[in-house]
Design a protein around this ligand. Structure first.
Ligand code: PAF
Length: 278
């Protein structure tokens, strides 16, 4: 696996990689890789002739009081995992390489970027859309792979790809969970043993939603299950259309049920997609 640190190197390597007409897959990450990221790499590997991964802890998607400085950085372990999974190129730029003049031109997906995490983390999705747009321009992938765990991110990026005519396909892979159901996240490593135990209530609720509830009953049920679990503080429990993130009033057409929960100092998100009845 070749590691590329500058935009110029990445672009030259891309030209070489696509010298023969093949699909190029991109797996954007912030590092601290886990089996969820590996599943994205494997999906890309299965479909594309060349796979690029990126590791960049993007400062513009963190709020001033968030965990940018303490976000786990495990570069050597990450490289070993990517190498073992057959990744061809790793783009790992420094902050100055990505934002040499600071974050000046920003990408904002209106109407979607302020929903769910965009509501509780103002500006978060402007940072995500901006960095992902830059990665798409730098790497030029045919397919880009993201996890369903970040359902709001997926909705924002889908809209961005559509609105800005990026010539690529966004591929969404299922959430990977630990044996106890907790969705894998780089932030799970912040949890103490006690918090880890308390966090099990999140999949405990989402994966056991009773049938036959109205939207209001479902929201109340989630609030009761999650807010009343010791150690957990519910930030939001939303029942929305997975593409627009607008609230739905009826579950029969399917819905995204998404929650954000504060566990100690750690914020965890998770979701499930309810199938349409038709
Ligand atoms: O999902 C992530 O890890 C990040 O939000 C992403 C897409 C790599 C952009 O920084």
């Amino acid at each position: 696996m070749r590691i590329l640190r500058t935009v110029a190197e990445m672009r030259a390597a891309r030209r070489e990689a696509i010298a023969s007409p093949v699909l190029l897959g991109l797996v954007p990450t912030m590092g601290a890789l886990h089996a969820g990221h590996v599943s994205l790499v494997r999906a890309a590997r299965a479909e594309c002739a060349a796979v690029v991964a990126s590791i960049f802890v993007n400062p513009t998607q963190f709020g001033p009081n968030e965990d940018f400085s303490r976000y786990p950085r495990t570069f050597d372990d990450d490289c070993a995992q990517l190498e073992a999974e057959g990744v061809d190129l790793l783009f790992a730029p420094a902050v100055e390489e990505m934002y040499p003049r600071g974050p000046r031109t920003l990408v904002e997906v209106e109407q979607i970027g302020d929903k769910l995490d965009g509501m509780t983390r103002p500006g978060h999705f402007v940072g995500v859309a901006t960095v992902v747009a830059k990665l798409f321009h730098i790497v030029g992938p045919d397919r880009a792979y993201f996890g369903q765990k970040d359902a709001a991110q997926v909705a924002v990026l889908r809209a961005m790809v559509e609105d800005l005519n990026f010539p690529l396909e966004l591929v969404v892979c299922p959430t990977v969970r630990d044996a106890d159901g907790l969705a894998l996240s780089s932030r799970n490593r912040y949890l103490t043993a006690e918090e880890r135990e308390q966090a099990r209530a999140i999949p405990g609720a989402l994966l056991r939603i009773p049938a036959g509830l109205s939207v209001e009953q479902l929201r109340a049920w989630l609030r009761k299950r999650l807010d009343q679990t010791p150690g957990l503080r519910l930030e939001y429990a939303e029942v929305v259309d997975p593409r627009t993130l607008q609230p739905v009033t009826d579950l029969r057409g399917g819905a995204l049920v998404a929650v954000s929960v504060q566990v100690g100092r750690t914020r965890l998100i998770d979701n499930v997609l309810l199938e349409s009845e038709r």
